[in-house]
Design a protein around this ligand. Structure first.
Ligand code: BTX
Length: 323
């Protein structure tokens, strides 16, 4: 109901929408409309109410609530169910719990702030309030287990496209799970999986995007490696718009990945957005450190490295640094 009221107000920018119009199109009483307007005002929307004229939206806060996200979202799978929390430990934790309890595919869990946002291998992910997109999607692709990890690469393509569109500045993919602007990390992906034998029960696709974080607000240990969309673009960006753009870019790519039975047909698109291949890198893997030149990725998203002696090596998972 609140989403519809907001939509009606936004369709008439600068103009009043009469209480009567709202009552008629929503089929509820004036008191009910007033109650919803009051709730929107309490949430930070500035809505002018004038007797005999109606309501006029003056400004909207930068929120990632379900009401804000639904307004104008054009996807049909991702984000059809939205669970919002003002504060949470990690959206990946709640998403896992909901997935285990049967949440539908495409369910989006999103929080204004994470107290224990995490990256890979138990590392921390800085997730302050009111300035980022901290979200997790529940996916249930019918694919063999071997293809599950490729969702990270599919998502990276969607993010590179979305963040480039939002900022007007080219974003690049650093294999396997980072999106960078000018060598600085703006976004990370954390995919977690629940599977048995060869069957994926669900994937939790965690995405963290630094949106309106001023450069000076990053903690000292990541200040030199992190950036935000605002720092790149020079102006703040509405976080709901960021979420919608990401979901809209991801949905067709996800459908293609599932329909084609893996990442293979998206490989060239990944390469077009990557900033990894062709560079000399150091890769920290669970088995040790490897130095060489990043040559290619195969249809499974595995990174191929040329070692100093000319031999080739495949890397399945690593943290890489450019040298
Ligand atoms: P990662 O392991 O590749 O990167 C983690 C590293 O990135 C940290 O050790 C730190 O150096 C750096 N870092 C920490 N916070 C930030 C930040 N805000 N911006 C840039 N660099 C940072 C990357 O893991 C995967 C991150 C996924 C985060 C999402 S948020 C929603 C979901 N919930 C959750 O707990 N995690 C995911």
């Amino acid at each position: 109901m609140q989403a519809t009221i907001l939509q009606m107000l936004r369709e008439q920018p600068g103009d009043f929408v009469s209480g009567e119009t709202m009552c008629n199109s929503l089929g509820v009483s004036r008191t009910a409309i007033w109650k919803h307007i009051k709730e929107l005002q309490d949430a930070g929307y500035q809505i002018e109410a004038v007797r005999n004229r109606g309501y006029r939206l003056q400004s909207s806060p930068d929120l990632v609530t379900a009401v804000e996200l639904r307004d104008g979202l054009s996807t049909t799978l991702l984000g059809q169910s939205i669970v919002y929390r003002e504060t949470i430990d990690s959206t990946n934790n709640l998403a896992r719990e909901l997935a285990n309890n049967g949440a539908i595919e495409g369910t989006l869990v999103i929080a204004d702030e994470q107290q224990q946002g995490r990256g890979r291998r138990g590392r921390d992910w800085f997730s302050p309030p009111q300035s980022g997109v901290w979200m997790s999607l529940i996916l249930r692709p019918e694919l063999p287990l071997a293809h599950a990890a490729q969702i990270t690469l599919v998502t990276a393509i969607a993010l590179a496209r979305a963040l480039t569109r939002l900022t007007g500045v080219q974003a690049g993919i650093k294999w396997p799970n980072d999106i960078l602007f000018n060598q600085k990390k703006c976004c990370g992906i954390l995919t977690e999986m629940h599977a048995e034998f060869d069957q994926i029960h669900h994937l939790v696709l965690g995405i963290g995007i630094n949106v309106n974080i001023p450069q000076a607000d990053f903690p000292a240990d990541i200040e030199h490696i992190a950036t935000s969309l605002q720092a790149v673009k020079g102006t703040p960006i509405a976080r709901a718009k960021v979420v919608q753009t990401v979901l809209e870019e991801l949905e067709p790519l996800y459908r293609q990945y599932v329909a084609d039975g893996g990442f293979g047909t998206l490989r060239e698109e990944w390469k077009a957005h990557n900033i990894t291949l062709g560079n000399n890198i150091i890769a920290h893997t669970a088995q040790g450190t490897i130095e060489g030149r990043a040559l290619d990725i195969d249809e499974f998203g595995v990174l191929l490295i040329e070692l100093p002696d000319g031999a080739h090596k495949k890397i399945y998972s690593a943290d890489i640094m450019f040298t």
